[in-house]
Each structure stands twice: as C-alpha cells, then as structure tokens.
Design a protein around this ligand. Sequence first.
Ligand code: PEP
Ligand code: MN
Length: 377
Amino acid sequence: MIIILEPDLAEHRAAVSAIRAVAERYPGVTVKPYEFRGTSHRVTEVHLLGSTGAVPVAAFEGLPGVRQVVRVSAKYRLIGRHDPAHETVGFEHNGVRIDDRSVHLFAGLCAVDTPAHVDAMMAALAREGIVTTRMGAYKPRSSPYDFQGLGKECLPWVFETAGRHGIRLIAMETTDASHLDEIWQALERAGHPTAVMVQIGTRNAQNYELLKQIGRQQEFPVLFKRGMGITLEESLNACEYVASEGNPRIMFCLRGVKSHLGEPHRNLVDFAHVPVVRRQTRLPVCVDPSHSVGSSSRAPDGLPDIFHAAGQGIVAGASAVLVDFHPHPERALCDGAQALTLDMLGPLVEHVQRVRAAYEASVAAIASGSQPAQASA
Ligand code: PEP
Ligand code: MN
C-alpha cells in the first residue's frame, strides 16, 4: 500500500509519524517513507510493506496531509506510475534537469583514451552549448585482452577538462561498487568542477549486489541500461532494486537487444519500448542508438543509421540520447566502428531538435483533439 502525501507538505514528518502510529496496529507491516523531488514539487510517499492485505485503505484516508492511498498490485512500487496526474518524472543533478520535457544529448567517448581526445570532444560539445556527455573510464569488455579502460587514473584530467568546458554531467559506467568511491574522491579532489551520473551497463543489468550498492548511495543519479538478453520486465525490476535501496533518481536506457535478427546491426533496435517504459514507470527514458546499431554506416539518404535510430527513439518519446563520438574513430580503443566524427555533432543536434519538434507537435495535436495540419489538408 502506498500513502501519497500532499505535495510540498510542510508538516510531512508529522504526517509520516501519524501514518506510522496507525500502521503499527497491524502486525507484520513495516513503514518506509520515500521522497521524490520534481522540478517544482516535493512529494513524500509512505510505503507499507509486508502483510498489508488486512490493512484497510480507510485507516489512512482521513489522516492530515494524506492526499491519496493506493493499494498497489503493481510490481514496480517505486518506479511505477500510481498517480499519473501528480507524479513527476525525473530529477535534477548539478543544474541539469533530466525529465520528459526536453531532450539531452549525452554525446562523448565510449572509452576515455587520451587527454587530447577528451579535450577535443568536450570543446565540440561546448561549441554546441551542450553540457552533458558520456565518458567511459571503466570498460566491461567481452575479451580480457581488449582495452579495459583507463580506470581511476584518468578521472582527474577528465573532470578538470569537463569543468573547463562547462560540462555539468558525465554519464560514466561503473562495473564495481568501489568505482563509486573512486569517482567521488576524484570529484572531491578536483573541487567538483562537474558531476557524474553512474551508468549500469547492459552486462550488469542483473548484478543484484551492484544494483543494491548503487541504490544505497545518494550522491550519483543512475543511468540504467536495459539488459541485452532479458525481458523488459526483468530490466525494470532491476531498476526497482536500485530504487528500493533508496535511490529513485534513475534514467532508463534502451540500447537494443541481442539477436541475430538485428543483423547487420549490432543489436535489434528496441525503441518501440519507449512508450511502454513511460507508461509503466515514471523514469525518464534514454535511447542509445550507437550500441544498438553498432556502426557509423550511412543510408542512401545521407543520414547515418545512428541518426535514424536516434530519431526513432525521440519520435517515440525518449528524452535523452546516449551516443558515441570520437575525434579519430580509427584510433579509438573501444567501439570505433560506431563512433561518429566530431563534424557530425552539429548535424546530430539539429536532427534531434527537428525530430523532437515533430514529436511535440504530434502530442499537442492529439491533446487538442485536432488533426495534424498536413493530415487534415
Ligand atoms: C556503454 O554505453 O559504454 C556500454 C558498454 O553500453 P552497454 O552496456 O549498453 O553495452
Ligand atoms: Mn561501447
């Protein structure tokens, strides 16, 4: 059972105590409050766990500060949608608001290699006015003989360079809980010139100990990448693990699923799941066209397949795109085949904006009950 308090309730502590006092009358029921911070509102939810079958909804409905009591049968207690009209999607970190209202481009290096390449990448982002990037320091690779990432050694100069170029948020994969500490220490030493959103890669989508440890910290929001060989439900349950440990600041990223039926693409593009994730959860949704498609090849229309896949994700309602770039893809130590060159950054930004505008126009047309202009003409 979930008891939702009035938004921005000043007396939320007193309201939680009153709920606790009532809940204590029922044996086997435990109380866990959670706080969700949106753009303009803070909402407290009190979750009753355990044997709640005998607990009547009415026991809480009249309590001061209680707006709604929901008996959840839904399995996604924390990430799920229970009250769509009032729930807020997303979170803010280091001044960057990640939600469903605008699109962010996390363009950057799959794997950090040299200071010059990181600098060139971030300078290109700064020229486009982009403050978000991706930088892989810890790389989970299929072969132990492949480049494993520079690890913590590169963090000081990656963070310094980010700060110099006004980059506010870096998506960075962690493959072990000790990396959280290494990243935090490096940010502290550098004086927090930027911030990190920790990425849980597809290979760790069911590494439950890592999920729990990442869920237990509050410093970093999380970019969770769908497991490549598991169902959407299993991936969403993995996010629920992170949230249930205390960190609901999660963005869900579709990145294709492993199937030879996707060939010649690296993975079978699964971006038709964007609206499903948005309907079932309140997580902002990202797409990763680079790891989905796996190559920088272009279609006869001149657009790389990665542009097409990014467009498919955005037109489906995604609000972030994670994409691999490299100043010299032929020299990249990881995933060079799918890296776009820096001259494609401006065109990608424009492509993303055009597709997002088309998506927003379609949403507005449906909402107003009118037909899109062209369709009625
Ligand atoms: C990545 O984004 O660097 C990555 C390894 O992606 P995935 O976990 O989706 O394969
Ligand atoms: Mn990669």
